[in-house]
Design a protein around this ligand. Structure first.
Ligand SMILES: [Zn+2]
Ligand SMILES: [Zn+2]
Length: 379
């Protein structure tokens, strides 16, 4: 098992050392004194800022380019992302793009097919392949990222010294700033991020697609600060949101939206709601056909399978038509094409009504099929 294991000594020693120091240091510190409220709140703020910089910055801004930012917002992402000690943005974005491109396959650096611990931790302890420049071509000209990558060791040390020093100055508690503000904070930020690679591919539901292992999970959304809607994310990776519904807990989504309102972010990319619906219907279709196949009702299943396929196809093609009408509508000059615009609006309304009616029928069909039980075998 360990024959091909070439360790990345820096990662291995750093991760092992801070875990050991935390296990030893935390009980000793708690025996000596009670942490102050300022220390706990300050450390919690650092956890939140680090996780936001990783999710909104490293992940959605740099790895997926789902929006654009002005320099002050970028400084925030780079500073707190560096503080999180998860590698340079070039390395992180490179590995993450490989993960999306080869998800669940041999080229996925942290695929879950080798088990929980591999995707959660072990992959990082192995010497990674050199960065292939073709995967980060769009990031290579950003001077801030070039400098961060070149002097990463210096910056990760400096940002952590500033954070620990700040907590020490605030609380007068140096040991607490090191144990809670550095060791425990790094432990929490790391494991919460690592859950996205491990548990978010193992534990949850797949409402948008079963073509990959990524899942949606509300508990993970809280633990990872919004990245728990991983099934949606792997299905629509170009969307700046992960929790696409307004009530889904997704703090980076709110942060990016607020930045856009402050004029610090723009070009926020959203997936068309109709295309999301189309994907949901296709995922339902797979689920219904699997259910019908498992029911063991032989010849009775075939007409139902055909009805499911027919209805799903009808909805999908209506959605494609609606999208084509909308694209045509957006491409026209409103003043010069008034007649066509009016006609396009009328046809779009009609197709939308048809889709809404078909979706109602679809939901009833889903309920009917999923309530069917397997045939009881005669004794
Ligand atoms: Zn993933
Ligand atoms: Zn991603």
């Amino acid at each position: 098992m360990f024959r091909d294991f070439k360790p990345d000594w820096v990662a291995l020693i750093f991760i092992a050392a801070y875990h050991v120091l935390l296990v030893v240091g935390l009980p000793i510190y708690l025996l000596i004194q009670r942490p102050s409220a300022a220390l706990l709140l300050g450390s919690l703020a650092l956890v939140t800022l680090c996780l936001l910089a990783i999710t909104a910055g490293y992940h959605r801004l740099y790895a997926h380019r789902t929006y654009r930012v002005k320099k002050p917002a970028e400084w925030f992402m780079v500073f707190f992302g560096t503080l999180a000690a998860e590698g340079s943005i070039f390395r992180w974005a490179h590995d993450h793009r490989l993960h999306h491109r080869h998800v669940d396959g041999p080229g996925d650096p942290y695929g879950t097919e080798k088990g929980f611990w591999h995707s959660h931790l072990i992959w990082m302890l192995k010497e990674g392949d050199p960065i292939d420049p073709k995967y980060i071509r769009d990031l290579k000209d950003n001077r801030m990222l070039i400098i961060q990558d070149r002097y990463y060791g210096v910056f990760v040390t400096l940002t952590n010294l500033i954070a620990v020093g700040g907590l020490w100055a605030l609380t007068g508690d140096l040991l607490g700033a090191v144990v809670i503000g550095f060791l425990l904070r790094t432990f929490v930020v790391h494991h919460c991020t690592w859950f996205i690679n491990s548990l978010a591919h193992m534990w949850g539901s797949k409402p948008y697609s079963s073509e990959h292992s990524a899942v949606n999970n509300l508990i993970l959304a809280f633990l990872t600060l919004g990245e728990g809607y991983h099934n949606y994310h792997h299905t629509f990776a170009g969307d700046y949101r992960n929790g696409v519904r307004w009530y889904q807990f997704d703090p980076p989504k709110y942060l990016i939206w607020v930045l856009s309102k402050l004029g610090l972010a723009w070009d926020l990319k959203r997936t068309d709601p109709l295309m999301i619906k189309k994907k949901l219907v296709q995922a339902d279709q797979k689920l219904l056909i699997n259910h019908l196949t498992r029911l063991d009702i032989h010849e009775h299943a075939q007409p139902l399978i055909e009805a499911v396929e027919k209805m799903s196809e009808k909805i999908s093609s209506s959605i494609v038509s609606a999208k084509a009408l909308m694209d045509r509508y957006r491409s026209l000059d409103r003043r010069q094409n008034r007649v066509e615009i009016k006609e396009l609006r009328r046809r779009f309304r009609e197709v939308k009504q048809e889709i809404a009616a078909d979706l109602k029928t679809w939901r009833r069909l889903c309920q009917t099929v999923l309530s069917m039980q397997p045939a009881v075998q005669a004794a």
